[in-house]
Write a protein that binds this ligand. Structure first.
Ligand code: ZN
Length: 451
């Protein structure tokens, strides 16, 4: 008896679940189709295909409706010119996409039209709408400041260069710069997503030849200095380490030198350096090896906290120009991840081992390539006096000095040089401070030897 009831109950439950699944899937399909506008029409003279996503924001949907109606009308007018006996058929294809992120609604419409001639004519129309302020807006509103726009432009240019290399497209520098200049018009077709900020460069925007559209995405970890706080990805953990930031205005129009220390960190010798930097008001840059940071965590954190720059010298000091892409990626990414685990932020400067770098290597990263123009030759002489002499002899304003903080003699040599150079009116700054003082917004496609 009990068994039969259980059986009946099970059947009833199963049927109910089944019905629920059917109803909900119908609902999903219906709501999806409600969000999409679809229209097709075809006759002997022409065909029209329109398909776009609606946004549920009345302001935007009205605008799109108007645009689409206008395009359709114009197109039909043009088809009147088609010779009735002609076999050519005109085409109008309108596609629209809508994306929402952090209360910003991005819509992008592509109008492709064929009305005779050799090819389709393409037109891109985009709207950016802020749901909070209920206003149409543009890329500038998303950006932190004027410098952010410069930065956005430089990263875009860099990513297009990578795209061009991957797709074997030959770009003309002048066209590329024109199409990526920090102007609103160049950044109309954009959207934010889980991946980052995507920018669509329309055909002919960055190349006077037809290379189709070029779509690039700036990852979230590179958007920190670009986007306003409210538009950032909340999941990207912010640095929790508070760090000294000094006022460098006093160094403006003064002779400055950037001391850079490679191949560390090495607790014993790096400590000697850090203990003495204050004597010369010096901040320096450490190009560390990813393979060494975990064993020297404390000193790395201290160096960062005290206002020095932490940068990457790759994971295991291989010549990057000989590596396959996968190995190259590992050399860079592993280092960046490890450094981030310790100081909370990823490094932005890369010093390729042996100063060996080429365009391909640069295209594989979104980092600034920093080499040097003053070699202390410390690895050769291993003598503090000789090291000091070599640095002082070659010192110049805007210079970048290469030393290795894994050797005691090198550290002392650098400190002796600072003592001498300070008397000669030099100040000692990090790469970040140097580029700020020299008014250089670093280009991702260049290699910097000095400033
Ligand atoms: Zn090295």
């Amino acid at each position: 008896m009990k068994d039969r009831i259980t059986k009946k109950l099970t059947i009833i439950i199963m049927i109910t679940i089944g019905i629920l699944i059917i109803i909900s899937s119908i609902f999903v399909v219906l709501s999806k189709s409600q969000n999409i506008y679809n229209y097709t029409k075809e006759n002997k003279n022409y065909s029209i295909k329109i398909r776009y996503e609606k946004t549920k924001v009345k302001d935007i949907d009205t605008k799109i409706k108007e645009i689409v109606a206008k395009e359709k009308q114009e197109f039909i007018k043009e088809t009147k010119n088609v010779n009735k006996n002609s076999k050519t058929q005109y085409h109008l294809i309108i596609k629209g996409e809508a994306k929402e992120y952090n209360s910003i609604e991005f819509t992008h419409i592509i109008v492709n039209k064929f009305t005779g001639g050799n090819h389709y004519k393409r037109k891109d129309i985009s709207y950016i709408y802020n749901k909070n302020s209920q206003n149409f807006t543009n890329v500038s509103e998303l950006l932190k400041n004027k410098n952010s726009f410069k930065e956005l432009s430089l990263i875009s240019k860099h990513l297009i260069n990578k795209y061009a290399e991957d797709h074997k497209i030959k770009l003309v520098e002048k066209d590329l710069i024109n199409g990526t200049n920090p102007k609103k018009e160049n950044y109309q077709n954009i959207y934010l997503s889980k991946k980052g900020l995507t920018i669509i460069f329309v055909p002919y925007q960055v190349s006077s030849r037809f290379d189709g559209e070029i779509k690039v995405t700036i990852p979230w970890n590179k958007l920190n200095d670009i986007l306003k706080e409210e538009y950032k990805n909340k999941k990207i953990i912010k640095a929790t380490i508070t760090r000294k930031k000094r006022d460098i205005s006093k160094y403006k129009n003064q002779k400055v030198i950037a001391f850079t220390f490679d191949d560390g960190p090495n607790t014993a010798t790096t400590k000697i350096l850090l203990d003495n930097l204050d004597k010369y008001d010096a901040k320096v840059t450490f190009f560390v090896l990813g393979s060494r940071v975990n064993d020297n965590k404390k000193i790395l954190k201290r160096a960062y906290k005290e206002g020095n720059d932490i940068a990457s010298h790759t994971y295991s000091h291989k010549d990057l120009t000989y590596l396959k892409d996968k190995e190259l990626e590992k050399e860079i990414d592993r280092t960046n991840t490890r450094i981030k685990q310790i100081i909370g932020v990823e490094p932005i400067y890369l010093r390729p081992p042996y100063g060996s770098v080429n365009e391909h290597v640069k295209n594989q990263t979104i980092m600034h390539t920093i080499c040097w123009n003053i070699d202390s030759l410390d690895w050769k002489t291993k003598n503090r006096k000789k090291i000091k002499k070599e640095i002082v002899k070659n010192a110049r304003d805007g210079g970048v000095v290469l030393v290795h903080d894994i050797y005691k003699e090198s550290v002392y040599g650098a400190l002796l040089a600072m003592k001498d150079l300070k008397k000669k009116g030099y100040s000692f700054v990090t790469i970040t401070e140097m580029s700020e003082l020299k008014n250089v917004t670093l280009d991702y496609d260049k290699t910097y030897y000095g400033f």
